[in-house]
Design a protein. Structure first.
Length: 178
């Protein structure tokens, strides 16, 4: 059995959960999220605690046990607190700006790169070089941040590019001159 899957999920204050067959709906002050559980997993709710149990003991159900618990826990945290990822841009002349929910990146290409924010995700730019992606779904926040980073990943020689705020870049030594 999964160690993570065994743990109960305690819902924060002002967060409610409704279970309809194998679909769980979680609602909080920041919004609503839903998740469809596999038929290999049973879900039970008592007051503000949710527990997950395995129907059949096989490898697939054990894999889904911890995953489902983590996803539901992240949903509960997302609708109460929200999630965010911070990115920073390094490089001379590299900058970012917001125009009508559209992120515009000038990162050394011949054209500006435009990225639309999906619904439920907000993107903010501070000091033209710091980007903050926030929302209630941890999965979508991480996906949007990865998409922004993939426009110009940091390169190992000068460190130019878009990186997460505390990401360490392994630097390489360039050519040795004569």
């Amino acid at each position: 059995m999964s160690r993570i899957g065994k743990q109960t999920i305690i819902l924060p204050d002002k967060v409610s959960a409704n279970i309809n067959e194998s679909i769980i709906f979680i609602e909080g002050p920041k919004g609503k999220l839903s998740y469809k559980l596999s038929q290999l997993i049973d879900i039970q709710q008592k007051n503000n605690e949710i527990t997950l149990k395995i129907n059949k003991s096989n490898k697939a159900s054990q894999e889904l046990h911890g995953l489902s618990r983590t996803i539901i826990n992240n949903m509960a945290l997302g609708v109460s607190q929200g999630f965010f990822k911070k990115l920073e841009i390094h490089g001379v002349g590299y900058r970012a700006q917001i125009n009508n929910k559209e992120l515009i990146l000038n990162v050394g290409y011949s054209h500006p790169v435009k990225i639309d924010a999906p619904s439920g995700i907000s993107i903010k730019v501070e000091k033209n070089t710091d980007i903050i992606v926030s929302g209630i779904s941890k999965e979508i926040v991480g996906q949007v941040a990865a998409k922004i980073r993939s426009v110009k990943p940091p390169e190992p020689y000068k460190g130019k590019g878009i990186r997460y705020i505390n990401e360490k870049i392994k630097r390489k030594v360039g050519k040795a001159g004569k």
